[in-house]
Design a protein around this ligand. Structure first.
Ligand code: PEP
Ligand code: MG
Length: 579
């Protein structure tokens, strides 16, 4: 009997498709015994502890080298933080003290102390300290494993190729995964901005996080279709769904291109621009290597979420500067803090108890409610502008008043820098995200007042169709190709063209090879996406003609149903890429 197809919705963090069996991982608690050590054996116990620390240090050093070679020095930096945990004298001394006091075996003492240590950090006022909890837990597990078995923490080993499902994976788990075996990653926890997500993107493994019901609702071995563009996981997909996805997956895209020679134009010479969406400064160098002609969206909340609070102007400046320097002379678009919806900060200032966070104090609304936080962020961005061209982008805008309020705060940020005699550069352009139907409908007015616009299709789809982008129940209604969404995109593109206002798309649609030709056809020539998606999108756009995609746009705009549009796109896709 065929099992029914089910769609689960999470957050897409690494683009690509994967089809394969589910491999469920739940590492569980390590079984740490508790025994009394006789007085004569205690010195030996301490030697064993010291030897395990040294071996774990060596293990982390080796991991750092492997990751630096495999992914680059930025990605390796997370393991430096891990090494520092083992250099923390307080953790070591407290463990020895516990051992002397209780006479129990050292692994038991270390388990108690490291857990206490992580719990204390979790409650710390200081954002930086709170951010270290995950490092302490990851390293503690590694050291305990070494003490218990005398061997290194084993890498995840898979019985056969498949899609991993786990509560969470640490960066060290992901960094050493065998790409041939791991077709995709699903976790029930995690953030788009976490180190683990950054690693998955660097390794080009499609991944979806925060699929809360994954462990409970997916049986081991079930066939999964993971869509790392949309954050969707289809369990027991039908032959028809598989066929549709396979048509996309098997699209021949250019491999091993020299990105510097990327001719970013259609077959009939129409130029397009591909830019990168970044969540962290650590991704800048690899995005540049992937051929990005600038950063179309830097999600600054990544820094805030990783720090679990509000980083100082100086910390922000250093992170922003790193990206600007990596991309010079291409522009970097910094989006001001976009909290709200699925991006909640565990901080007292962050609003709790909103009935509907997607419609609450989100994006620019939060920043304008706390102008001192926004002003500090603007000052950090202006300081980074000294090192290369910088653009400012406002999220979740619904009115021109919000744009005017930010312009005032920007003036104040300039004043504050002058008063403190800090050098700064000039903000090149100021723009907005078009993420709500209100903004799309008023695109002509906005186009007059701002220097550029960028379509945030992830939210635009959710608000236009009244479909929560994170809900499983209505996941099948979240349709990027819905005629209402496409009509809005077209209207915004027309308004931008008539008012000479540069326009891009930075929602996930831009990095999806299925939709990229249509976006070009609707009049958007600049697409910003996860760097890992760039090669596939370039592969498709460089094989179609502008004449073809414009005609596609005209036909599709005349269709009244999403299902008809999807069929038409699919036929276009297969035809265009076969020719
Ligand atoms: C969007 O809404 O399309 C977008 C790019 O913003 P985010 O996904 O960060 O909400
Ligand atoms: Mg958005």
């Amino acid at each position: 009997m065929e099992l029914p197809e089910r769609i689960l919705q999470g957050v897409a963090v690494s683009p690509g498709f994967a089809v394969g069996p589910a491999l469920l991982f739940s590492p569980g608690e390590l079984n740490v015994p508790c025994v009394i050590i006789s007085a004569v054996e205690r010195a030996q116990e301490i030697t064993r502890f010291e030897a395990a620390i040294a071996a774990t240090q060596a293990e982390l050093e080796a991991l750092l080298q492997v990751v630096a070679q495999r992914l680059g020095p930025e990605e390796a930096r997370v393991f430096e933080a891990h090494r520092m945990v083992l250099e923390d004298r307080l953790l070591i001394e407290d463990t020895l003290q516990e051992h002397r006091h209780s006479g129990r075996n050292i692994e038991h003492c270390f388990k108690i102390v490291s857990r206490r240590y992580a719990d204390t950090l979790e409650k710390a006022e200081d954002d930086y300290l709170r951010g270290r909890v995950a490092d302490v837990r990851d390293v503690s597990r590694r050291l305990l494993q070494r003490l218990l078995s005398g061997r290194a923490h084993p890498p995840l080993s898979l019985p056969h190729p498949g899609i991993i499902i786990a509560e969470s994976l640490s960066p060290s788990d992901i960094a050493v995964l065998d790409k041939e075996q791991v077709l995709g990653i699903i976790t029930t926890q995690g953030e788009r901005t976490s180190h683990a997500a950054v690693m998955a993107r660097s390794l080009k493994i499609p991944a979806v996080v925060r699929l809360h019901r994954a462990l409970a609702h997916i049986e081991p071995g079930a066939t999964l279709l993971l869509d790392g563009y949309e954050g969707t996981v289809i369990v027991n997909s039908t032959a028809e769904t598989l066929h549709r996805y396979r048509a996309l997956r098997e699209t021949p895209v250019c491999v091993a291109v020299s990105t510097s020679s990327f001719a970013r134009q259609t077959t009939d010479g129409h130029a397009f621009t591909l830019m990168a969406n970044l969540e962290s400064a650590d991704e800048a160098i690899s995005a540049r290597k992937a051929g990005a002609q600038g950063v179309g969206l830097f999600r600054t909340e990544g820094l805030f979420l990783r720090e679990a609070g509000f980083p100082s102007e100086e910390v922000q400046y250093q992170a922003y500067r790193q990206v600007v320097e990596a991309f010079h002379p291409h522009p970097v678009t910094f989006r001001t803090l976009d909290l709200g919806g699925d991006k909640a900060l565990s901080h007292p200032l962050y609003p709790r108890g909103e009935h509907n966070t997607a419609l609450g104090l989100k994006g620019i609304r939060f920043s304008l409610a706390y102008p001192e936080i926004l002003q500090e962020q603007l000052a950090a961005i202006l300081r980074a502008a000294l090192h290369g061209p910088v653009r400012l982008m406002l999220p979740m805008v619904t009115s021109l008043d919000e744009v005017a309020a930010v312009a005032e705060l920007l003036e104040k940020a300039y004043e504050s820098l002058r008063a403190r005699h800090l050098p700064y550069g000039q903000m090149m352009d100021r723009g907005i995200m078009v993420e709500t139907p209100a903004t799309a409908l008023l695109a002509d007015h906005f186009a007059h007042q701002v220097d550029f616009m960028s379509l945030g299709t992830n939210d635009l789809i959710q608000y236009t169709l009244a479909v929560d982008r994170l809900s499983d129940r209505v996941a099948s209604l979240y349709e990027p190709h819905h005629p209402a969404v496409l009509r809005l995109i077209y209207q915004v593109a027309e308004a931008a063209r008539l008012h000479n206002c540069p326009l891009s798309v930075c929602g996930e649609m831009a990095g999806d090879p299925f939709y990229a030709p249509l976006l070009l056809g609707l009049g958007v020539d600049a697409l910003s996406m996860a760097p890992a998606a760039m090669e596939a999108v370039w592969g498709v756009l460089s094989r179609v003609s502008y004449r073809q995609v414009r005609a596609l746009g005209v036909v599709v705009l005349g269709l009244s149903q999403a299902s008809l549009i999807r069929d038409h796109l699919q036929a276009f896709y297969l035809q265009a890429l076969r020719d």
